[in-house]
Each structure stands twice: as structure tokens, then as C-alpha cells.
Design a protein around this ligand. Sequence first.
Ligand SMILES: [Zn+2]
Length: 150
Amino acid sequence: MACKECKNEGIADGYLCDKCLIKTKEYKIAVITKIYDGDKLFGGNRYDELIEITYNEIKTRAKESNQTIKHIIKSYDLKSIKGGKDFYKEQKGVVFNIGEILIVDPYFEREIIGHGRKPSKWGVEYEIFNSNELEKAIKCALIATEKSIG
Ligand SMILES: [Zn+2]
């Protein structure tokens, strides 16, 4: 179990680690060309995000908006963390934006620079380019962006 180039361990045999993919230019470029929101395909392009909100932040918001703390908690549907004084809010975060350009591995098309997102896991369409096709990828991203604007 090692990278076939640098022999770093923790990489399945026959594969390159992320650093060697960059060095050997065997990485691919992915361009997000279409996104689906909601539950249309693959559960969409949204992930569940938990945002922590401290009691002090709620107090400040209540004071600024002339509302009670109770009202703030109810209107933002805040839930208390382990029954304590601090709260959290659930919301849907966006995974990809249209026209986004990613550097991905050639095996599973998972991002190797950045967050490690894998486009095929989400409700998006994307195009793959070789590492020497950056200009083509940029053109594709531009077209996708222009299309989305209408
Ligand atoms: Zn390596």
C-alpha cells in the first residue's frame, strides 16, 4: 500500500498520492457545468450545515431588533446545544457553484486541492479535462456561467 511514485504509505498500490498527481501532471480538471437544487437528482447540491450561535449573539440580536430572546429562538428555529445556553441552527449549504474549476484525481474525480469534494456524489453535472487543457476548461466554465445567467 504505497504511492507508485514517492512510495508514501497509505495510498493503494498502483495509485499516485495527491502531491505526485500534481508533480506528474496526471491530475484532471473538472468544471461544474450544471447544478440541481433541492431533491431533483442525487439529493441535489446542498449539504446540511450546523451553525453554532452563542447565547450572547442571541441576546445582541434581540436587543438590536427590540425582540425578546424567546422570540429570536423561536423565529430562527434555534435548538439548544445539549440543553445548555448556546444554540445551533440547521441550514442547507451550497456544495458547488456553477462554473467552478476543480483539480481532481483521475481515479475517482475527487478534489485534491481544496475541500476534497467529489462532484459525482452531488446533484451537479461536470466536464473533465486533462491537465494540459486548462484553457479549454476555462472556456467551458465561462460558457456554463453565461448559460446560467441566461
Ligand atoms: Zn506520491
